[in-house]
Design a protein around this ligand. Structure first.
Ligand code: IMP
Ligand code: MG
Length: 177
């Protein structure tokens, strides 16, 4: 795509697919013989989740949640609103939250609190990307794809104003200046 807002590539498509395969194999080994429920956080995680799930050999189901964070478009406030809740109860289930990116961690911290209150048998997190420098709360993230620098990223599910989710790689949003 010839677009001046698409900057430096942070994670090329080949690296994404290789790492997603590894994560899928790790999850498969860890959850062997268990009954896994993947919870995707809309919309960004859909791309990662659908690739990840095809590398999981353990029996698994999928459900989705959509949340919105109050605050500016680039800084989440930690006050999170559920736009779409899960379709099914998770009490007694082995739940794995699948996230596109953990930035401050405030959204995930809210999700963990909310879902834990429903008494799942287990609750873990698989995040494709994290920005460790931005973390405001310490979170237990069981599986991480890549750590990236403190830049606004687009592609492979990540958007800027709803665009660029379709890029097959993760890039920096360039300064239009
Ligand atoms: P947090 O609550 O600050 O961790 O923000 C998490 C959410 O903000 C993610 O699920 C993304 O939807 C969004 N987000 C954070 N950083 C980026 C980025 O670099 N590009 C696109 N979306 C981002
Ligand atoms: Mg998100």
């Amino acid at each position: 795509m010839n677009d001046p807002l698409i900057g430096e590539i942070l994670v090329p498509a080949d690296d994404l697919s290789a790492r997603v395969k590894e994560l899928g194999e790790q999850v498969s080994a860890d959850y062997e013989g268990r009954d896994l429920l993947l919870v995707g956080v809309l919309k960004g995680a859909v791309f990662f989740l659908s690739d990840l799930m095809r590398h999981i050999s353990a029996p698994c189901e999928v459900d989705f949640m959509a949340v919105a964070s109050y605050g500016s478009s680039t800084d989440s406030s930690g006050v999170v609103r559920i736009l779409k809740d899960l379709d099914i109860p998770i009490e007694g289930r082995e739940v794995l939250i699948v996230e596109d990116i953990v930035d401050s961690g405030l959204t995930l911290s809210y999700l963990l609190r909310t879902l834990n209150a429903r008494n799942p048998k287990s609750l873990e997190v698989c995040a494709l990307l994290t920005k460790p420098d931005r973390r405001k709360v310490d979170l237990p993230i069981r599986y991480v794809g890549f750590e990236i620098p403190n830049r606004f990223a687009i592609g492979y599910g990540l958007d800027h104003a709803e665009r660029y989710r379709n890029l097959p790689y993760v890039a920096v949003l360039a300064d239009p200046g």
